[in-house]
Write a protein that binds this ligand. Structure first.
Ligand code: ATP
Ligand code: MG
Length: 424
Protein backbone atom coordinates (compact mmCIF):
# COMPACT_ATOMS: atom_id res chain seq x y z
CA UNK A 1 0.00 0.00 0.00
CA UNK A 2 1.14 3.48 -0.81
CA UNK A 3 2.04 5.60 2.18
CA UNK A 4 0.55 9.06 2.07
CA UNK A 5 0.93 12.17 4.19
CA UNK A 6 -1.28 12.49 7.27
CA UNK A 7 -4.59 14.32 6.86
CA UNK A 8 -4.05 18.02 7.56
CA UNK A 9 -0.29 17.82 6.93
CA UNK A 10 0.79 19.11 3.54
CA UNK A 11 3.85 19.04 1.32
CA UNK A 12 5.01 22.32 -0.14
CA UNK A 13 6.19 21.37 -3.62
CA UNK A 14 9.01 23.10 -5.55
CA UNK A 15 6.65 25.02 -7.85
CA UNK A 16 5.03 26.51 -4.77
CA UNK A 17 8.07 26.93 -2.53
CA UNK A 18 9.21 30.03 -4.40
CA UNK A 19 6.06 31.85 -3.38
CA UNK A 20 6.57 30.79 0.23
CA UNK A 21 10.12 32.06 0.14
CA UNK A 22 9.00 35.35 -1.35
CA UNK A 23 6.55 35.92 1.50
CA UNK A 24 9.10 34.87 4.12
CA UNK A 25 11.83 37.06 2.66
CA UNK A 26 9.58 40.09 2.47
CA UNK A 27 8.42 39.48 6.04
CA UNK A 28 12.04 39.26 7.27
CA UNK A 29 12.86 42.42 5.38
CA UNK A 30 9.97 44.35 6.90
CA UNK A 31 10.59 43.00 10.41
CA UNK A 32 14.19 44.14 10.00
CA UNK A 33 13.06 47.65 9.07
CA UNK A 34 11.14 47.76 12.35
CA UNK A 35 14.14 46.55 14.34
CA UNK A 36 12.91 43.03 15.12
CA UNK A 37 15.48 40.26 15.56
CA UNK A 38 14.93 36.61 14.82
CA UNK A 39 14.53 34.00 17.53
CA UNK A 40 14.03 30.27 16.90
CA UNK A 41 12.59 27.96 19.50
CA UNK A 42 12.10 24.19 19.65
CA UNK A 43 8.83 22.72 18.43
CA UNK A 44 8.27 20.67 21.58
CA UNK A 45 7.62 22.34 24.91
CA UNK A 46 6.37 21.22 28.29
CA UNK A 47 2.58 20.97 28.11
CA UNK A 48 2.25 23.16 31.18
CA UNK A 49 3.65 26.14 29.25
CA UNK A 50 0.55 26.18 27.07
CA UNK A 51 -2.03 25.34 29.71
CA UNK A 52 -0.70 28.15 31.89
CA UNK A 53 -0.46 30.78 29.15
CA UNK A 54 -3.11 30.04 26.51
CA UNK A 55 -5.51 28.91 29.24
CA UNK A 56 -6.97 25.53 30.20
CA UNK A 57 -10.50 26.41 29.07
CA UNK A 58 -9.63 27.49 25.53
CA UNK A 59 -10.36 25.47 22.38
CA UNK A 60 -6.67 25.25 21.61
CA UNK A 61 -5.78 23.63 24.94
CA UNK A 62 -9.00 21.66 25.39
CA UNK A 63 -9.21 20.12 21.95
CA UNK A 64 -6.44 21.02 19.56
CA UNK A 65 -3.05 20.25 21.06
CA UNK A 66 -0.81 17.41 19.97
CA UNK A 67 0.35 16.18 23.35
CA UNK A 68 2.53 13.23 24.28
CA UNK A 69 0.64 12.63 27.51
CA UNK A 70 3.13 10.13 28.93
CA UNK A 71 6.01 12.57 28.46
CA UNK A 72 4.19 15.77 29.47
CA UNK A 73 5.23 17.53 26.28
CA UNK A 74 3.28 19.18 23.47
CA UNK A 75 3.96 20.27 19.90
CA UNK A 76 3.59 24.02 20.01
CA UNK A 77 0.18 25.25 18.84
CA UNK A 78 1.42 28.86 18.65
CA UNK A 79 4.66 30.73 19.21
CA UNK A 80 4.06 33.51 21.72
CA UNK A 81 4.15 31.24 24.77
CA UNK A 82 7.43 29.67 23.59
CA UNK A 83 8.97 33.08 22.90
CA UNK A 84 8.05 34.22 26.42
CA UNK A 85 9.49 31.01 27.88
CA UNK A 86 12.76 31.65 26.05
CA UNK A 87 12.71 35.34 26.99
CA UNK A 88 12.40 34.47 30.68
CA UNK A 89 14.79 31.52 30.59
CA UNK A 90 17.60 33.57 29.05
CA UNK A 91 16.79 36.81 30.86
CA UNK A 92 16.78 38.65 27.54
CA UNK A 93 15.49 41.84 29.17
CA UNK A 94 18.59 42.21 31.36
CA UNK A 95 20.74 43.53 28.53
CA UNK A 96 18.04 45.18 26.49
CA UNK A 97 14.79 45.99 28.31
CA UNK A 98 12.73 46.29 25.14
CA UNK A 99 12.97 43.15 23.03
CA UNK A 100 11.64 43.20 19.48
CA UNK A 101 11.53 39.64 18.20
CA UNK A 102 10.16 37.56 15.36
CA UNK A 103 10.04 33.92 14.45
CA UNK A 104 8.82 31.93 11.45
CA UNK A 105 7.87 28.28 11.63
CA UNK A 106 5.37 25.46 11.90
CA UNK A 107 2.59 25.22 14.49
CA UNK A 108 0.37 22.23 15.23
CA UNK A 109 -3.34 22.14 16.04
CA UNK A 110 -5.70 19.22 15.75
CA UNK A 111 -8.50 21.01 13.90
CA UNK A 112 -10.76 19.90 11.07
CA UNK A 113 -8.66 20.37 7.91
CA UNK A 114 -10.13 22.56 5.17
CA UNK A 115 -8.94 25.23 2.75
CA UNK A 116 -6.61 27.50 4.71
CA UNK A 117 -6.90 25.35 7.82
CA UNK A 118 -4.34 22.65 8.44
CA UNK A 119 -3.03 20.61 11.33
CA UNK A 120 0.53 21.62 10.63
CA UNK A 121 0.48 25.24 9.54
CA UNK A 122 3.06 28.00 9.49
CA UNK A 123 3.11 31.39 11.12
CA UNK A 124 5.03 34.60 11.01
CA UNK A 125 5.17 35.82 14.61
CA UNK A 126 6.20 39.30 15.68
CA UNK A 127 6.49 40.49 19.28
CA UNK A 128 7.51 43.67 21.07
CA UNK A 129 8.19 42.87 24.72
CA UNK A 130 8.80 45.33 27.55
CA UNK A 131 7.06 48.40 26.11
CA UNK A 132 3.61 49.40 27.32
CA UNK A 133 3.07 52.61 25.33
CA UNK A 134 0.06 52.78 23.01
CA UNK A 135 2.31 53.94 20.16
CA UNK A 136 3.97 50.52 20.28
CA UNK A 137 0.61 48.85 19.64
CA UNK A 138 0.02 51.11 16.65
CA UNK A 139 3.53 50.55 15.30
CA UNK A 140 3.18 46.78 15.47
CA UNK A 141 -0.21 46.87 13.76
CA UNK A 142 1.25 49.21 11.11
CA UNK A 143 4.02 46.66 10.51
CA UNK A 144 1.42 43.95 9.81
CA UNK A 145 -0.37 46.32 7.50
CA UNK A 146 2.86 47.14 5.67
CA UNK A 147 3.49 43.46 4.98
CA UNK A 148 -0.01 42.99 3.55
CA UNK A 149 0.34 46.19 1.51
CA UNK A 150 3.69 45.18 0.05
CA UNK A 151 2.25 41.79 -0.87
CA UNK A 152 -0.56 43.77 -2.48
CA UNK A 153 -3.20 41.93 -0.44
CA UNK A 154 -6.48 43.45 0.66
CA UNK A 155 -7.49 42.89 4.27
CA UNK A 156 -9.57 44.89 6.70
CA UNK A 157 -8.38 45.63 10.21
CA UNK A 158 -10.61 45.14 13.23
CA UNK A 159 -9.73 46.45 16.63
CA UNK A 160 -10.96 45.80 20.14
CA UNK A 161 -9.84 46.12 23.74
CA UNK A 162 -10.22 43.27 26.19
CA UNK A 163 -9.48 45.36 29.27
CA UNK A 164 -7.27 44.28 32.15
CA UNK A 165 -7.53 42.36 35.45
CA UNK A 166 -9.16 45.45 36.98
CA UNK A 167 -12.04 45.91 34.55
CA UNK A 168 -12.49 42.51 32.95
CA UNK A 169 -13.74 40.48 35.96
CA UNK A 170 -16.71 42.79 36.72
CA UNK A 171 -17.50 42.86 32.99
CA UNK A 172 -17.41 39.05 32.91
CA UNK A 173 -19.87 38.92 35.83
CA UNK A 174 -22.26 41.18 33.92
CA UNK A 175 -21.83 39.13 30.79
CA UNK A 176 -22.47 35.82 32.57
CA UNK A 177 -25.59 37.32 34.05
CA UNK A 178 -26.77 38.38 30.58
CA UNK A 179 -25.96 34.99 29.04
CA UNK A 180 -27.55 32.96 31.85
CA UNK A 181 -30.88 34.58 31.08
CA UNK A 182 -30.61 33.46 27.45
CA UNK A 183 -28.96 30.08 27.90
CA UNK A 184 -31.59 28.19 25.91
CA UNK A 185 -30.89 30.13 22.72
CA UNK A 186 -27.14 29.43 22.79
CA UNK A 187 -25.39 26.54 21.05
CA UNK A 188 -24.18 23.71 23.29
CA UNK A 189 -20.57 24.95 23.13
CA UNK A 190 -21.63 28.41 24.26
CA UNK A 191 -23.84 27.04 27.02
CA UNK A 192 -20.74 25.43 28.43
CA UNK A 193 -18.58 28.51 27.72
CA UNK A 194 -21.03 30.73 29.61
CA UNK A 195 -19.33 29.60 32.78
CA UNK A 196 -15.90 28.41 31.63
CA UNK A 197 -15.03 31.18 29.14
CA UNK A 198 -17.95 33.60 28.73
CA UNK A 199 -16.06 36.13 26.56
CA UNK A 200 -15.71 33.47 23.86
CA UNK A 201 -19.49 33.41 23.44
CA UNK A 202 -19.18 36.90 22.00
CA UNK A 203 -17.32 35.69 18.92
CA UNK A 204 -19.12 32.41 18.33
CA UNK A 205 -19.65 32.05 14.58
CA UNK A 206 -23.14 30.48 14.85
CA UNK A 207 -25.94 32.76 13.64
CA UNK A 208 -28.20 32.10 16.62
CA UNK A 209 -25.44 32.97 19.11
CA UNK A 210 -24.47 36.04 17.11
CA UNK A 211 -28.03 37.31 17.23
CA UNK A 212 -28.23 36.73 20.95
CA UNK A 213 -25.08 38.62 21.86
CA UNK A 214 -25.93 41.71 19.79
CA UNK A 215 -27.44 43.32 22.88
CA UNK A 216 -24.87 41.92 25.33
CA UNK A 217 -22.82 44.28 27.49
CA UNK A 218 -19.79 45.61 25.61
CA UNK A 219 -16.26 45.51 26.96
CA UNK A 220 -15.62 48.84 25.27
CA UNK A 221 -18.04 50.65 27.55
CA UNK A 222 -16.79 48.73 30.59
CA UNK A 223 -13.08 49.63 30.29
CA UNK A 224 -11.45 51.17 33.36
CA UNK A 225 -10.00 54.68 33.00
CA UNK A 226 -6.47 53.43 32.31
CA UNK A 227 -7.54 50.90 29.68
CA UNK A 228 -9.84 53.44 28.06
CA UNK A 229 -7.06 56.01 27.89
CA UNK A 230 -4.71 53.43 26.39
CA UNK A 231 -7.27 52.35 23.80
CA UNK A 232 -8.06 55.93 22.77
CA UNK A 233 -4.34 56.61 22.37
CA UNK A 234 -3.86 53.49 20.22
CA UNK A 235 -6.64 54.65 17.92
CA UNK A 236 -5.10 58.13 17.73
CA UNK A 237 -1.67 56.68 16.93
CA UNK A 238 -3.19 54.50 14.19
CA UNK A 239 -4.93 57.49 12.65
CA UNK A 240 -1.65 59.36 12.77
CA UNK A 241 -0.07 56.57 10.69
CA UNK A 242 -3.03 56.66 8.32
CA UNK A 243 -4.11 53.13 9.20
CA UNK A 244 -7.85 52.59 8.86
CA UNK A 245 -9.64 50.22 11.23
CA UNK A 246 -13.07 49.24 12.44
CA UNK A 247 -13.95 48.75 16.10
CA UNK A 248 -15.38 45.31 16.77
CA UNK A 249 -16.42 44.80 20.41
CA UNK A 250 -17.35 41.18 19.59
CA UNK A 251 -13.84 40.16 18.66
CA UNK A 252 -12.45 38.01 21.45
CA UNK A 253 -9.24 36.21 20.76
CA UNK A 254 -9.12 32.49 21.47
CA UNK A 255 -6.21 32.67 23.90
CA UNK A 256 -6.61 33.72 27.53
CA UNK A 257 -3.45 35.78 27.87
CA UNK A 258 -4.65 38.79 25.90
CA UNK A 259 -5.24 42.13 27.60
CA UNK A 260 -6.23 45.51 26.22
CA UNK A 261 -5.57 45.95 22.46
CA UNK A 262 -6.52 43.03 20.22
CA UNK A 263 -6.80 43.06 16.45
CA UNK A 264 -7.39 40.92 13.39
CA UNK A 265 -6.64 41.34 9.71
CA UNK A 266 -9.57 39.87 7.79
CA UNK A 267 -10.07 38.87 4.19
CA UNK A 268 -13.24 38.06 2.30
CA UNK A 269 -11.36 35.88 -0.20
CA UNK A 270 -10.80 32.69 1.79
CA UNK A 271 -14.33 31.55 2.64
CA UNK A 272 -14.74 30.68 6.29
CA UNK A 273 -11.05 31.25 7.02
CA UNK A 274 -11.34 35.02 7.27
CA UNK A 275 -8.38 35.79 9.51
CA UNK A 276 -5.02 36.20 7.80
CA UNK A 277 -3.42 37.50 10.94
CA UNK A 278 -4.29 38.39 14.48
CA UNK A 279 -2.73 39.52 17.69
CA UNK A 280 -2.89 41.62 20.78
CA UNK A 281 -1.36 42.80 24.00
CA UNK A 282 -0.48 40.35 26.78
CA UNK A 283 0.54 42.45 29.76
CA UNK A 284 0.28 39.79 32.50
CA UNK A 285 1.70 36.84 30.58
CA UNK A 286 5.40 37.07 31.39
CA UNK A 287 4.79 37.46 35.11
CA UNK A 288 2.29 34.63 35.02
CA UNK A 289 5.01 32.41 33.56
CA UNK A 290 7.36 33.33 36.40
CA UNK A 291 9.21 36.16 34.68
CA UNK A 292 9.55 39.89 35.33
CA UNK A 293 6.55 42.18 35.31
CA UNK A 294 6.78 43.30 31.70
CA UNK A 295 4.05 43.65 29.11
CA UNK A 296 4.17 43.02 25.43
CA UNK A 297 2.22 42.89 22.21
CA UNK A 298 2.44 40.63 19.19
CA UNK A 299 0.72 39.14 16.20
CA UNK A 300 0.77 36.00 14.11
CA UNK A 301 0.03 35.71 10.42
CA UNK A 302 -0.81 32.43 8.74
CA UNK A 303 1.59 31.69 5.89
CA UNK A 304 -0.74 29.18 4.18
CA UNK A 305 -3.43 31.84 4.02
CA UNK A 306 -1.06 34.51 2.66
CA UNK A 307 0.21 32.10 0.00
CA UNK A 308 -3.34 31.03 -0.95
CA UNK A 309 -4.34 34.65 -1.40
CA UNK A 310 -1.32 35.30 -3.62
CA UNK A 311 -2.04 32.18 -5.67
CA UNK A 312 -5.67 33.13 -6.14
CA UNK A 313 -4.67 36.56 -7.31
CA UNK A 314 -2.08 35.46 -9.81
CA UNK A 315 -1.65 31.76 -10.16
CA UNK A 316 1.10 31.68 -12.73
CA UNK A 317 3.36 34.44 -11.44
CA UNK A 318 5.60 32.13 -9.42
CA UNK A 319 6.17 29.80 -12.35
CA UNK A 320 7.77 32.37 -14.63
CA UNK A 321 11.32 32.61 -13.34
CA UNK A 322 14.38 30.95 -14.87
CA UNK A 323 15.71 28.11 -12.81
CA UNK A 324 19.05 27.69 -14.56
CA UNK A 325 21.58 30.10 -16.02
CA UNK A 326 23.49 27.61 -18.18
CA UNK A 327 22.30 24.22 -19.38
CA UNK A 328 25.45 22.42 -20.50
CA UNK A 329 24.93 20.08 -23.40
CA UNK A 330 27.63 17.44 -23.78
CA UNK A 331 27.71 15.34 -26.95
CA UNK A 332 30.12 12.57 -27.88
CA UNK A 333 33.00 12.13 -25.44
CA UNK A 334 33.19 15.61 -23.84
CA UNK A 335 31.45 14.78 -20.57
CA UNK A 336 34.55 15.22 -18.37
CA UNK A 337 35.43 18.61 -19.86
CA UNK A 338 31.83 19.75 -19.66
CA UNK A 339 31.35 18.65 -16.05
CA UNK A 340 34.55 20.47 -15.06
CA UNK A 341 33.25 23.64 -16.72
CA UNK A 342 29.91 23.24 -14.90
CA UNK A 343 31.79 22.92 -11.62
CA UNK A 344 33.67 26.17 -12.28
CA UNK A 345 30.49 27.97 -13.32
CA UNK A 346 28.93 27.03 -9.99
CA UNK A 347 32.03 28.34 -8.23
CA UNK A 348 31.42 31.62 -10.06
CA UNK A 349 27.94 31.73 -8.52
CA UNK A 350 26.13 30.68 -11.68
CA UNK A 351 23.35 28.11 -11.79
CA UNK A 352 24.57 25.34 -14.08
CA UNK A 353 22.67 22.23 -15.11
CA UNK A 354 24.23 19.29 -16.87
CA UNK A 355 22.69 16.33 -18.63
CA UNK A 356 24.79 13.20 -18.17
CA UNK A 357 22.61 11.00 -20.35
CA UNK A 358 24.43 11.56 -23.65
CA UNK A 359 21.03 12.01 -25.30
CA UNK A 360 20.60 13.74 -28.65
CA UNK A 361 21.07 17.50 -29.00
CA UNK A 362 17.34 17.91 -29.58
CA UNK A 363 16.42 16.01 -26.41
CA UNK A 364 18.92 17.96 -24.30
CA UNK A 365 17.72 21.31 -25.64
CA UNK A 366 14.14 20.33 -24.89
CA UNK A 367 15.15 19.56 -21.33
CA UNK A 368 17.00 22.91 -21.10
CA UNK A 369 13.83 24.61 -22.22
CA UNK A 370 11.73 22.75 -19.69
CA UNK A 371 14.17 23.78 -16.97
CA UNK A 372 13.74 27.39 -18.16
CA UNK A 373 17.48 27.78 -18.78
CA UNK A 374 18.73 31.20 -19.82
CA UNK A 375 21.47 29.78 -22.07
CA UNK A 376 22.46 26.41 -23.43
CA UNK A 377 26.16 25.78 -24.00
CA UNK A 378 26.70 23.02 -26.54
CA UNK A 379 30.01 21.16 -26.55
CA UNK A 380 30.31 18.10 -28.79
CA UNK A 381 33.45 16.42 -30.09
CA UNK A 382 33.54 18.78 -33.11
CA UNK A 383 33.26 21.90 -30.97
CA UNK A 384 35.90 20.53 -28.65
CA UNK A 385 38.39 19.93 -31.46
CA UNK A 386 37.67 23.32 -32.98
CA UNK A 387 38.03 25.01 -29.56
CA UNK A 388 34.69 26.74 -30.00
CA UNK A 389 31.41 25.91 -28.27
CA UNK A 390 27.94 27.03 -29.34
CA UNK A 391 26.16 29.37 -26.94
CA UNK A 392 22.42 29.46 -27.48
CA UNK A 393 20.22 32.12 -25.96
CA UNK A 394 17.13 30.12 -24.99
CA UNK A 395 14.83 33.14 -25.08
CA UNK A 396 15.82 34.53 -28.48
CA UNK A 397 16.99 31.20 -29.99
CA UNK A 398 20.04 33.07 -31.27
CA UNK A 399 23.34 31.21 -31.33
CA UNK A 400 26.85 32.56 -31.13
CA UNK A 401 30.28 30.92 -30.93
CA UNK A 402 31.94 30.77 -27.53
CA UNK A 403 35.74 30.28 -27.69
CA UNK A 404 36.99 27.53 -25.41
CA UNK A 405 40.32 29.29 -24.89
CA UNK A 406 42.08 29.61 -21.55
CA UNK A 407 41.53 27.38 -18.52
CA UNK A 408 38.04 26.12 -17.56
CA UNK A 409 38.15 28.65 -14.72
CA UNK A 410 38.77 31.50 -17.16
CA UNK A 411 36.03 30.23 -19.45
CA UNK A 412 33.59 30.16 -16.54
CA UNK A 413 34.58 33.72 -15.61
CA UNK A 414 33.83 34.92 -19.13
CA UNK A 415 30.47 33.14 -19.12
CA UNK A 416 29.59 34.64 -15.74
CA UNK A 417 30.42 38.12 -17.03
CA UNK A 418 28.34 37.54 -20.11
CA UNK A 419 25.41 36.49 -17.94
CA UNK A 420 25.74 39.57 -15.75
CA UNK A 421 25.70 41.82 -18.81
CA UNK A 422 22.33 40.41 -19.92
CA UNK A 423 19.12 42.34 -19.28
CA UNK A 424 16.76 40.45 -16.89
P1 ATP B 1 -9.08 31.06 13.23
O1 ATP B 1 -10.12 31.97 13.77
O2 ATP B 1 -9.01 31.07 11.72
O3 ATP B 1 -9.13 29.69 13.81
P2 ATP B 1 -7.16 31.75 15.22
O4 ATP B 1 -7.80 32.87 15.93
O5 ATP B 1 -7.26 30.40 15.82
O6 ATP B 1 -7.69 31.70 13.70
P3 ATP B 1 -4.48 32.55 15.84
O7 ATP B 1 -4.28 31.54 16.87
O8 ATP B 1 -4.66 33.94 16.24
O9 ATP B 1 -5.67 32.10 14.88
O10 ATP B 1 -3.32 32.47 14.76
C1 ATP B 1 -2.99 33.56 13.91
C2 ATP B 1 -3.13 33.20 12.45
O11 ATP B 1 -2.62 31.91 12.18
C3 ATP B 1 -4.55 33.15 11.95
O12 ATP B 1 -5.01 34.43 11.64
C4 ATP B 1 -4.43 32.28 10.73
O13 ATP B 1 -3.99 33.03 9.61
C5 ATP B 1 -3.35 31.32 11.12
N1 ATP B 1 -3.92 30.03 11.55
C6 ATP B 1 -4.44 29.71 12.75
N2 ATP B 1 -4.83 28.44 12.79
C7 ATP B 1 -4.56 27.91 11.55
C8 ATP B 1 -4.71 26.63 10.94
N3 ATP B 1 -5.22 25.60 11.61
N4 ATP B 1 -4.30 26.47 9.66
C9 ATP B 1 -3.77 27.49 8.96
N5 ATP B 1 -3.58 28.72 9.48
C10 ATP B 1 -3.97 28.93 10.76
MG1 MG C 1 -8.49 28.78 15.57
Amino acid sequence: MKIQAINGFKDILPDNAGLWRRVEQLARNIFDRFGLREIRMPILEKTELFTRSIGAATDVVEKEMYTFADKGITMRPEATASIMRAFIEHGLHVRQPVQRLYTIGPMFRHERPQKGRLRQFHQLNAEVIGAAEPHVDAELIAMGRMLLDELDLQASLELNSLGCPACRPPFKTDLIHYLEQRLEGLCSDCQRRTHTNPMRVLDCKKTSCRQLVLEAPSMLTALCADCDEHFQAVQGALRNLDITFRLNPFMVRGLDYYTRTTFEFLTTDLGAQAAVGAGGRYDGLIEQLGGPSLGGIGFAMGLERLVLLLEQRDHSEHLGADTTDFALVSLGTTIDAVSLLAHHLRRQGCRAAIDYSGRSLKAQLKQADRARARFALIIGDDEWTRGEAVLRNMRTQQQQPFPLSGSPEQQSQRLAELLRSQPD
